[in-house]
Design a protein around this ligand. Structure first.
Ligand SMILES: Cc1ncc(COP(=O)(O)O)c(C=O)c1O
Length: 377
């Protein structure tokens, strides 16, 4: 059987990872400034993480959500404490798209409405409603185009007000920082006004922190650079450092109803053990602060490099926009400088490294990046 060929691949097989480094099948070492697309939070093969999943796997990998799984409560307690949302409730699933599906569904159950406001350039995933709320017609199949979503420009509060005034909006969904959309940060004033407008119209405010959350921005959630508390927050990616997992943090104003949400695999024992280990490492190694500190260093250094049109971001979520397509530069970074980076659009390089990146590794990256840029000219 052939694989369904939907991924344009680099001709490299990564077979091993350690901290912020990965190794290919030929033994070449790469500095990982991509984290497998913002997934590797505590670093590859972290010993505490490996110990936790090995121990759990040797006891029990999975049992269904029909019996008590105290690991779920342990995770909820830890997440509540570290995130500042200990009064919220946690629902566990397996991916980011699934987190957003459940968030949007919950909002609609809550207020009985069907329309959702999302923002220009948004990315919320590839399943049913999540993909409909994604501002990319190329990945929205006719079966997903059901007219639930209205896109308005990011930071345009008047456009939001005009839509909410129609009275039929269930939820507004907004990324903490737009990732795929090109590292765009919602203005603090806009977020404050958005919260007020949602309250005024009983509209559910959903923060998609799947990419920007879990410490990446230098705060636990990117929206915590403001005072706004969303009604629902979605998480995935770094939550279990590569073990597939997603979560929905739900404000106390939502009352759970038996059977209304559910999943076979969500919150399974192995996933919870992985996610608990991740938060323990966050605490032990102060990773949110590390992301802030190393991110600040990177931004400062990158802003001094000539030839980059703009550097945007927070913490270890950084975009570098160029006047030209970055495909060649990114390939040179991988092939010649042995550095993995991400990209978005044609002209932006995205940095989403593990949150354990050190200043020395950041310096090393800057040097390799300068080498690659020098060859560009
Ligand atoms: C902001 C955001 N939301 C949702 C998703 C979808 O997550 P997943 O691929 O785990 O379904 C992504 C993935 O890149 C994302 O960046």
């Amino acid at each position: 059987m052939k694989l369904f060929d939907v991924y344009p691949l680099f001709d490299i097989e990564i077979v091993k990872g350690e901290g912020c480094n990965t190794y290919d099948a030929e033994g070449n070492k790469y500095l990982d400034l991509y984290g497998g697309h913002a997934v590797i939070s505590v670093g590859h093969s972290h010993p505490h993480y490996l110990k936790a999943i090995n121990e759990q796997a040797s006891k029990l990998v999975f049992y269904s959500n029909s019996v008590i799984n105290s690991l779920q409560q342990k995770l909820a307690d830890k997440l509540g404490k570290i995130s500042g949302y200990d009064d919220y409730q946690l629902f566990l699933i397996n991916s980011g798209a699934e987190a957003n599906e459940n968030a949007l569904k919950l909002a609609s159950f809550y207020n009985g409405k069907k329309r959702v406001i999302a923002f220009g350039k948004a990315f919320h995933g590839r399943t049913s409603l999540a993909v409909e709320a994604t501002d990319n017609p190329k990945i929205v199949a006719p079966i997903n185009a059901n007219g639930h979503i209205t896109f308005v420009p990011l930071n345009d509060i008047e456009a939001v007000k005009a839509e909410l005034a129609k009275g039929d909006v269930s939820a507004v969904i907004i990324e903490g920082i737009q990732g795929v959309g090109g590292i765009r940060i919602p203005d603090a004033d806009f977020m404050k006004a958005l919260r007020e407008e949602c309250d005024k119209h009983d509209v559910v405010l959903i923060a998609d922190e799947i990419q920007s959350g879990y410490g990446r921005s230098g705060k636990f959630f990117a929206h915590q650079y403001t005072d706004v508390r969303p009604d629902i927050i979605t998480v995935a990616k770094g939550i279990a450092n590569g073990f597939p997992m997603g979560g929905v943090l739900i404000s106390p104003k939502f009352t759970p109803i038996y059977g209304q949400l559910g999943t076979t695999f969500g919150g399974n024992h192995l996933a919870c053990a992985a996610a608990i280990a991740v938060l323990e490492i966050f605490e032990q190694e102060n990773l949110v602060e590390n992301a802030r500190k190393v991110g600040e260093y990177l931004m400062t250094e990158l802003k001094q490099i000539p030839g980059i049109k703009e550097v945007r971001g927070r913490g270890l979520m950084i975009g570098m926009e160029f006047d030209y397509p970055v495909k060649e530069l990114r390939t040179r970074l991988i092939k010649e400088e042995r550095v993995f980076t991400g990209a978005t659009g044609t002209n932006m390089i995205r940095l989403l490294p593990p949150l354990v990146l050190t200043i020395e590794q950041a310096q090393d990256f800057i040097n390799r990046f300068k080498n690659a840029l020098a060859k560009q000219a």
